[in-house]
Design a protein around this ligand. Structure first.
Ligand code: GUN
Ligand code: ZN
Length: 440
């Protein structure tokens, strides 16, 4: 294949095993592309081509730099579809369940984000942590303070990352110091949309925290914003924990289900991401699929907080769009590899098996599809934004020992998913730029 020579200076090539997806491996057997000796070609921050080295290399203009990552794997950057940047400092704080954990740890920690300097400092650390784990895009909750969203978007923009984020809406059942009002919260969200949505790679999410902390009026206004700005995102929590579900039933006695509280105000639509979804029923799953909304499955959080086990088989039967998410700080790791590890075990407990290929799909193209961003992130389709990571199968002595014996791509990926973490990420690139390089 001949590569045009104009702007050759901005052409970069990367030689490694290359894996990406064009479909869901649970649905189609030819959904992944694997080039054992592959070449990824990037021009001006976008994917030009991904394929076999032997086929693509002869077409490169003479003198093109080829980064040699042989022995390692290049995959699209991971996409974490649900986590909270203000909870970075309270990761691994034990509590007897979701609601006490919110009261004891989460709300006091979020209070400090009224200070812009604190928000800015945490946002930098948080983004460093994502990048060292190979996560290049995420859907991020900020706090109720609009300045916390400004701090996050500014940090993301400086690194040219594709991120979705939103100011939390919360006007009841929370401490006074974290409370907005229905009108004030909607106004602040609209201001953020005008300022940040589609500015560079930034995307705004309308973010009612969860039904118990929003009044009817606040949910109504969130739905109105969702209609007025149909290409924005929506993110919230649903059916995470049994006590929370019982509380929602009390607060919204006429709703058919927890999901129906959101549906009835227009918050179920494409680009709506619902965290957890453990206690949804079949009608909810069907409605979710019909509305083209999506679920962020958060296994480390669900196990840590004792929330329950996500039912992959039932969600798949309804053909709901799924992705994986850390839910930091309820989640116990920033690593999507560790998240796959726990997802595998959760599926096992429910009597189903997740292949490693499926888990890598869910953390890349599956998430991009859930966000209606296929062709933009999550794969190496020509023209996609060049967010990719280099995974090292020899990152630790144990990984090296195990992967030396793996005799298929599935086994190699499975070892990386079960045994890997930030140490397995040798390098992270965003829009073609190196944004993290592992030491050593
Ligand atoms: N439900 C409402 N808020 C939160 C939160 O911050 N974390 C989790 N895991 N669930 C929630
Ligand atoms: Zn959450």
């Amino acid at each position: 294949m001949a590569i045009a020579t104009t702007n050759a200076i901005k052409l970069q090539a990367y030689r490694a095993g290359i894996l990406h997806f064009t479909g869901d491996p649970a649905v189609a057997s030819d959904a992944h592309h694997w080039h054992e000796d592959g070449l990824l070609i990037v021009r001006d921050g976008r994917i030009e081509a991904a394929g076999d080295y032997a086929q693509l290399h002869p077409g490169l203009p003479a003198g093109t730099e080829v980064h040699d990552y042989r022995g390692q794997l290049i995959v699209p950057g991971f996409i974490d579809t649900h986590l909270h940047f203000p909870q970075t400092d309270i990761i691994a704080s034990p509590a007897p369940g979701l609601l006490p954990w919110l009261q004891q740890y989460t709300f006091p920690a979020e209070r400090r984000f009224a200070e812009p300097e604190h928000a800015a400092e945490v946002a930098e650390f948080f983004i460093d942590q994502l990048l060292r784990c190979g996560t290049t895009s995420a859907m991020v909750y900020c706090t109720v303070h609009p300045a916390s969203a400004d701090a996050f978007f500014s940090a993301s923009e400086r690194r040219n990352l594709r991120m979705a984020a939103g100011k939390v809406l919360m006007d009841r059942n929370c401490p006074e110091f974290l409370r907005d009002t229905a009108e004030g919260g909607a106004r602040d969200t609209e201001d953020l949309i005008r300022k940040w949505h589609k500015r560079g790679r930034q995307l705004v999410a309308i973010t009612p925290r969860f039904a118990p902390t929003s009044s009817d009026a606040q949910l109504q206004l969130a739905g109105e914003l969702a209609r007025a700005y149909p290409d924005t995102y929506i993110q919230t929590h649903v059916a995470e924990n049994a006590d929370e579900v019982a509380w929602v039933r009390q607060l919204f006695p006429t709703a058919r289900s927890y999901l129906d509280v959101y549906d009835s105000v227009g918050l179920l639509r494409p680009r709506a991401m619902f965290g957890h979804g453990i206690w949804l029923d079949d009608a909810d799953f069907r409605r979710m699929a019909e509305a083209q909304a999506a679920i962020a499955v958060c296994p480390t959080s669900n196990l840590f907080l004792g929330s329950g086990l996500f039912d992959f088989a039932r969600a798949d039967a309804a053909q709901v769009a799924l992705s994986l998410a850390t839910d930091v700080g309820g989640g116990t790791s920033f690593s999507m590899l560790q998240t796959m590890n726990e997802a595998f075990k959760v599926a096992r407990m429910g009597g189903s098996a997740l292949s490693a290929l499926r888990m890598f799909y869910l953390a890349t193209l599956g998430a991009a599809r859930s966000m209606q961003l296929e062709g933009t992130i999550g794969s190496f389709a020509p023209g996609a934004e060049a967010d990719f990571i280099v995974l090292d199968p020899q990152a630790t002595p144990l990984l090296a020992r195990r992967t030396a014996r793996s005799d298929s791509l599935e086994e190699l990926l499975f070892a990386l998913a079960l045994l890997g973490d930030d140490r397995s990420v040798a390098a992270t690139y965003a829009a073609g730029r190196n944004v993290h390089q592992r030491e050593g």
